[in-house]
Design a protein around this ligand. Structure first.
Ligand code: 2AM
Length: 403
């Protein structure tokens, strides 16, 4: 290999958030917790320091080594971590950094669960990075490389906990903080203007309200995802058939931690969900699963990417997954030649044509597409514990008021 080719090869092994300008700009606008993961001596610290250097002004590197936490099977959930966790909590609470990098083996599931909980609580998206060094799983080499002087035996004990990839609840594009705030405002504006539309006020029955009542759509859609995102592949931590294969795809590996701009062409509201339609670009379609549409509507045929959306809110007792199903219902009607009835126009940030499709289905075709920055990553969280949502059941009380 020529020296240039070898340099290119090494650059190609670095995660996008380190080498790709658009990704760097997106990370700067996001709140991200980077977890380095791997055996001692595998190259985590080198990678962690490179990321810290790249984001000097906005990052904070916290290292288990500096807290004298020796990597060992089942040692990680004990009190060794109390000082590190204090540092991490202070960093989150005092907003000391928008990119927090944790350098540790991260081999212990219990420890990871605790970190995922903390990331959720402070609205940080999680990115898990592993060094790509050729010796990362080679215990014989690692024995001489790790500064903890772990024996071959100790390394071999740790290895099984780290050689299997950690699969998320789902992979997807997570909106950068600044664009997420903007998107939430846009969603409020849409619901407010839609709720005030004369035509909407005349068609309240599907929303469980009588005519002459006022429906507060912001209260009706009180639940909203913790971090707005466009799901690419739902894995349920590996329980969903094909999720391991998905994670192994070269395109998915390349996309992980990369910044993407999502194009939003329409907003929609149904009695169950409110969402944004995402028009996936060719590079985004590379990580879109071939069966994403069939997964929820097996009998119908849609162009690849039709289900791509951002859930903005859901009504009481409705699961997020419903938003993509609702979007496909609109597309199905459009495919059958029913384009909806043009019943009004919205203005300002949500300028566009409003169409009504029966059964309380409203679609706003935006005059100007919205563009939001996002990072492709996974949502991890604790298995068996539902994803934290903003809003609560209480929020949907009094959703209808007599005018
Ligand atoms: P969403 O993408 O429509 O918001 C956790 O449930 C997340 O995974 C949600 O964001 C959810 O919906 C998404 N998701 C995608 N497919 C799913 C499925 N088959 N079951 C549950 N959730 C799914």
């Amino acid at each position: 290999m020529s020296s240039q080719a070898s340099k290119d090869h090494l650059e190609g092994q670095k995660p996008p958030l380190l080498v790709d300008d658009h990704s760097v700009a997106t990370v700067r606008d996001s709140k991200i917790l980077v977890l380095l993961r791997g055996l001692p001596g595998s190259g985590k610290t080198t990678l962690a320091k490179a990321i810290e250097q790249k984001y000097k002004d906005t990052s904070r590197l916290i290292s288990a080594d500096e807290h004298q936490i020796k990597p060992a099977v089942r040692s990680s959930s004990g009190s060794d971590y109390s000082k590190l966790d204090d540092e991490l909590t202070t960093c989150f609470e005092k907003r000391e950094a928008t990119l927090v990098i944790l350098d540790d083996t991260h081999h212990d599931r219990e420890r990871l669960d605790k970190l995922f909980d903390m990331a959720n609580m402070y609205h940080f998206a999680v990115v898990i990075l592993e060094p790509k060094t050729p010796w990362r799983l080679d215990c014989a080499q690692l024995k001489d490389r790790n500064h903890w002087k772990l024996s071959l035996e100790e390394l071999k004990n740790l290895r099984p906990t780290l050689e299997k990839e950690l699969l998320p609840l789902y992979f997807g594009w997570f909106l950068a903080k600044r664009d997420e705030d903007g998107m939430r405002k846009t969603s409020h504006e849409f619901l407010e203007q839609l709720g005030n539309l004369k035509a909407f006020k005349k068609r309240l029955l599907p929303y469980g309200c009588e005519d002459k009542q006022k429906l507060d759509l912001l209260k009706y859609f009180a639940k909203s995802p913790n971090i707005l995102h466009c799901t690419a592949k739902y894995c349920d931590y590996g329980k969903v058939l094909g999720s391991e294969e998905y994670a192994q795809q070269e395109a998915v590996k390349k996309a992980y931690s990369k910044g993407y701009t999502l194009h939003i062409s329409a907003l929609f509201a149904t009695p169950k969900t409110v969402g944004a339609q995402v028009e996936l670009q060719p590079d985004q379609l590379l990580v879109w699963p071939a069966d994403a549409e069939k997964e929820v509507m097996p009998k119908d045929t849609f162009p690849k990417g039709s289900r791509a959306h951002i859930t903005l809110g859901t009504a009481a007792d409705i699961q997020d997954v419903q938003t993509g199903i609702d979007l496909l219902e609109f597309i199905k009607l459009q495919q059958s030649g029913k384009d909806g009835e043009h019943l009004g126009d919205l203005t300002g940030a949500v300028a566009g044509k409003v169409s009504y499709y029966d059964n309380g289905m409203w679609l706003l075709n935006l005059s100007r597409k919205l563009e939001v920055k996002s990072i492709f990553s996974g949502y991890y969280g604790k298995p068996g514990v539902s994803v934290p949502l903003r809003g609560s059941k209480k929020g949907i009380l009094n959703q209808c008021q007599i005018m």
